[in-house]
Design a protein around this ligand. Structure first.
Ligand SMILES: Cc1cc2nc3c(=O)[nH]c(=O)nc-3n(C[C@H](O)[C@H](O)[C@H](O)COP(=O)(O)OP(=O)(O)OC[C@H]3O[C@@H](n4cnc5c(N)ncnc54)[C@H](O)[C@@H]3O)c2cc1C
Length: 456
């Protein structure tokens, strides 16, 4: 049975020094009268209390604008709390022109107006003005100076409270959105609400324990919005017949990874990797290529750093030639390759462990060098949504107005953040910047468009 609830008590914060700790289910005020159907519609309902939803709510607030955030988890911003290994890598250095190349597919091109409207400098200023200064590390990633990221969700919540936004958590898992006449009817597990505008900010499908379980794709699909194929991105890559199970934890810096499908090279990245129990992981190398891999693909990894494969081969050949009567593994280990890993490669090449450089046949030497510079793995898949940092695919970009984030065929409906077919193919703060920038752009359009967004 559905109810239309009367107005709920709003969260409010009156002083600058108020600090919300966390908004939990028990904070949902229960003095709503289910029989009260006189409630005027909300100006906007935002579905999802992640960074995109909360920030959109703050920016879309204003006099006479009643805004409601519905969050299905007992508290908001759960994924934001665990970003950057708990330190919140909010954004990256660089110009917005640089940013666009860091999103998978053509995502960056689509994001350009959002990124130009609300840049990395704007995002940093937003938090700095609210007492959270950020600094960039040597790789250009911005982290809070105090080195923990929990402050960001709290600041966002505080902003929402100051702006008089109503936030309802827990039991507010939105099940349906129905456009009827000039209003949307939004039904959660607990209640039914009406609003002039609706924002889908439900995130992707990765790390479902944080609440992002892909609901947004179903909701969008039911509204007739096309949704592109989704899958895990920024995830560890699983390997078939993996030969390094017992070498977990060995890592390699700045090595080349090339992806082949049907014998054609489709992608190449360079980055750090780490061997896991069933494949390879680690940003940026393995994680960055993970959005592109499919089962059965060939993933070739070079385990030595060189200007290119050819020069790496020549350098290894020279090292082996100069090793004379010393053991191959000892000589190569002196170049920085872990000895346990070398022993495994010797086994895989059919070369005795104690083989000396002078006694290595040409064929054996070539096999060993090939394994070191271009080891062929067969992809089994990725570790999946449980540990992926992002979702590739989502609400199709061509169904969304690039300059407002409004759905072309459903006026008044806005899609922001990771529910869109956008993913930062690179780690570094690109996903969060996209969430905040799309939120800011949608809010701007919501405020200026008002009810005129609705189809007449
Ligand atoms: C481990 C990890 C580390 C990461 N680190 C970084 C990083 O350092 N930098 C970076 O840029 N990105 C990082 N990301 C990615 C980044 O966190 C996401 O891209 C970002 O949180 C997306 O924001 P969003 O608001 O669109 O979605 P989310 O943060 O996923 O929020 C969506 C919200 O909607 C709610 N919701 C879902 N369905 C419903 C429904 N039916 N009804 C009501 N509410 C609903 C969810 O409970 C959730 O609270 C990381 C991700 C993970 C998993």
């Amino acid at each position: 049975m559905q109810h239309t609830f009367g107005p709920a008590k709003q969260y409010s914060m009156n002083t600058k020094n108020d600090h919300p700790t966390a908004m939990t289910e028990k904070d949902n005020f229960s003095d709503r009268d289910p029989a009260d159907t006189r409630t005027p519609p909300y100006t906007a309902i935002i579905i999802g209390g992640g960074p995109a939803g909360l920030f959109c709510a703050c920016r879309a607030a204003g006099k006479d604008r009643r805004i409601l955030v519905l969050e299905k988890m007992p508290s908001c911003g759960r994924k934001l709390c665990i970003t950057g290994a708990g330190r919140c890598n909010l954004t990256h250095t660089g110009t917005m022109a640089d940013f666009v190349s860091h999103y998978g597919g053509d995502g960056g091109k689509f994001l350009r107006p959002a990124l130009m409207n609300f840049k990395n400098t704007d995002l940093l200023a937003f938090f700095r003005e609210r007492g959270i200064p950020f600094t960039a590390d040597e790789n250009g990633k911005y982290f809070p100076q105090r080195r923990h990221g929990k402050g960001c969700p709290l600041r966002l919540m505080a902003e929402c409270m100051r702006a008089g936004i109503e936030i309802r958590c827990g039991g507010e898992s939105v099940q349906t959105i129905k456009p009827t006449n000039d209003l949307f009817t939004v039904s959660s597990e607990d209640a039914t609400y009406t609003a002039e505008q609706v924002v889908l900010a439900t995130g992707g499908a990765s790390y479902p324990a944080t609440g992002s379980t892909g609901d947004g794709y179903t909701l969008a699909d039911r509204l007739g919005l096309p949704v592109t194929e989704t899958g895990p991105a920024l995830a560890a890559v699983l390997i078939r017949d993996y030969p390094f199970r017992d070498l977990t934890g060995i890592s390699f810096d700045d090595v080349p990874l090339s992806l082949y499908r049907d014998s054609k090279k489709t992608r190449q990245v360079t980055g750090d990797i780490i061997l896991t129990v069933n494949g390879i992981s680690g940003p940026p190398g393995a994680l960055h290529i993970s959005r592109y891999v499919r089962p059965g693909d060939s993933l070739h990894v070079g385990f030595v750093t060189g200007t290119n494969e050819e020069s790496a081969r020549k350098d290894l050949a020279a090292v082996i030639a100069g090793g004379k009567n010393r053991q191959v593994k000892t000589v190569l280990a002196e170049t920085g390759i872990p000895i346990r890993f070398l022993i495994r490669l010797l086994e895989l090449s059919g070369i005795p462990r104690d083989a000396t450089c002078a006694h290595l046949t040409k064929t054996d030497r070539n096999t060993l060098i090939r394994y070191l510079t271009d080891f062929p793995f067969t992809v089994k898949g990725t570790e999946g949504y449980a540990t992926a940092m992002a979702t590739r695919g989502g609400v199709a970009r061509d169904a969304i107005r690039q300059k407002t984030m409004e759905a072309k065929e459903v006026p008044g409906l806005f899609c922001i953040g990771e529910v869109l077919d956008i993913d930062g193919g690179d780690t570094g703060g690109y996903n969060l910047q996209a969430a905040f920038s799309t939120a800011a752009l949608a809010a701007k359009a919501m405020v200026s468009g008002g009810k005129t967004n609705k189809k007449k």
